[in-house]
Ligand binder design. Structure first.
Ligand SMILES: [Zn+2]
Length: 138
């Protein structure tokens, strides 16, 4: 019997078998994307005091500015009032020649803990989507 779909079915059943027998391997190979898994969301410290905001496959880079501000700062993420040693103003390029300024605690882990998933999502919604721009358009 000549069934052209047979190959397809086989590869499907291999994937299904893998999921049943080796769920860890299946997750590694195919991810946990079952449609309802929330996308990655978080702020991650990168080089030179910068922070990277990641939401799914979107990424924005927050560059700290030299502190000129002498008073207290109000964190845009956890909404706590911080001294200027505890927070910093960050610049984010959101499009060609368009920047946004965000105040964030310098210790981002406890800040994100205070803000929670909902706070991070609100921040991501303010920043994303980033409009694509060329290297000369900053
Ligand atoms: Zn904060």
């Amino acid at each position: 019997m000549n069934d052209p779909q047979r190959k397809d079915q086989e590869s499907h059943s291999v994937q299904d078998l893998l999921r049943e027998l080796f769920p860890e391997t299946h997750r590694e190979l195919f991810g946990t994307a079952t449609g309802d898994a929330p996308p990655t969301l978080g702020l991650y410290p990168v080089a030179d005091g910068r922070l990277a905001l990641v939401h799914g496959d979107q990424l924005a880079e927050f560059t700290p500015l030299d502190p000129k501000h002498r008073g207290a700062l109000h964190c845009d993420l956890c909404h706590h009032t911080r001294s200027r040693t505890e927070a910093s103003v960050y610049r984010v390029h959101v499009a060609a020649r368009r920047t946004r300024y965000v105040t964030l605690c310098t210790h981002t882990a406890p800040c994100q803990g205070r803000a929670g998933e909902r706070g991070l999502l609100a921040l991501a919604e303010r920043i994303f989507p980033i409009e694509p721009y060329g290297p000369g358009e900053r």
